[in-house]
Design a binder for this molecule. Structure first.
Ligand SMILES: Cc1cc2nc3c(=O)[nH]c(=O)nc-3n(C[C@H](O)[C@H](O)[C@H](O)COP(=O)(O)O)c2cc1C
Length: 217
């Protein structure tokens, strides 16, 4: 049993959050969901079900879902209060960001830390694995900006030996070889929610769950 922190961002693929959460729970893992504000438009927190009991750390608020507001203690921060994004980082064995939208990918690459999820990523101990499952419109995915942001993560977290000419088509293999601490689960091609047809849809829940299965006990 592992402790999985599921980061969810504002892609339409966030509708899969309850399924992904259930898949991890059914595999016996303890799961917390840290959701960006926009992602909350796509799923109902009630679908995650009741708290699973003690998640092993009393300094994390109860319940499966953590929102940005949970970072800030009611009545103001007092010296000695816990800092949620640091507690989550300490708690989690594995960070899965699914879906990873274009905006949060950019923030991860540039080091922004303006919400709970980006603070977790910025403060992450990269000795523990991170799984990223991007989801965005085809033209967003195909944009040179996507490659630039992935290349930045590769530069920051890789072995510095990735060949110059890699493309988005082989980005997952490049990460596996040169930055194995970050596992990229590539998007799939299908008719997207916006009606466009092409690459950009988040990988299937079963595929992400299978990647997790190979990485944790
Ligand atoms: C209906 C709708 C669907 C969206 N789907 C996506 C998407 O699949 N991928 C993406 O990168 N952005 C998508 N966006 C845009 C993001 O929600 C927007 O960039 C937001 O600021 C992301 O914030 P976050 O990264 O903090 O979650 C969508 C927006 C809307 C209104």
């Amino acid at each position: 049993m592992s402790r999985i922190l599921l980061g969810v961002t504002g892609s339409v693929a966030a509708v899969r959050t309850p399924s992904l959460y259930r898949a991890f729970r059914e595999a016996g893992h303890s799961v917390r969901v840290v959701a960006t504000g926009p992602s909350l438009h796509f799923f109902d927190a009630a679908e995650l079900g009741p708290p699973e009991g003690s998640a092993g750390d009393e300094s994390i608020p109860p319940g499966p879902l953590l929102r940005d507001a949970d970072e800030w203690p009611v009545g103001g921060y007092q010296r000695g209060d816990s800092v949620l994004h640091i507690e989550l980082r300490r708690w989690a064995d594995l960070l899965v960001v699914a879906p990873l939208d274009a905006n949060t990918l950019a923030k991860f690459a540039l080091g922004f830390s303006d919400n709970c999820l980006t603070c977790v990523f910025r403060a992450w101990n990269f000795a523990r694995p991170v799984i990223l499952a991007p989801a965005m419109n085809t033209l967003m995915w195909d944009s040179p900006v996507t490659r630039r942001h992935l290349a930045q993560l590769l530069a920051d977290r890789g072995d510095g030996k990735a060949p110059e000419g890699w493309t988005l088509a082989d980005a997952d293999a490049i990460f596996a070889r040169h930055a194995p601490g970050i596992v990229l689960v590539p998007p799939q091609s299908k008719r997207l929610a916006c009606g466009d047809i092409g690459l950009g849809a988040m990988a299937e829940v079963v595929s992400i769950a299978e990647v997790v299965r190979t990485m944790v006990m």
